[in-house]
Design a protein. Sequence first.
Length: 94
Amino acid sequence: MPNPLSLEGFHETIAAFLAEKSGNPRAHFGTSTPLMSAGRVDSLLCMELFSFVEELAGARIPTADFRLEKFDTIEGIYQNYFCPYSTKPITSVG
């Protein structure tokens, strides 16, 4: 099982969260799949996702730091929001 704090583990966790929330458990969300810009995630789900990322990171992410273009893919969320704000050790391998 991948470490949940590696990119691989983060991707699996976020993809499962999005699939469940979208009501389509078979939905595929790759690390570079556009989320908001492609209409796969609406504004309400975006807010839920933001809160979920904060929960995973163990820290509050200042809303002033939110930029849609940086929150549009799972990899972007990991690099721009999870890694910089996480209070937990981050690994580079799964």
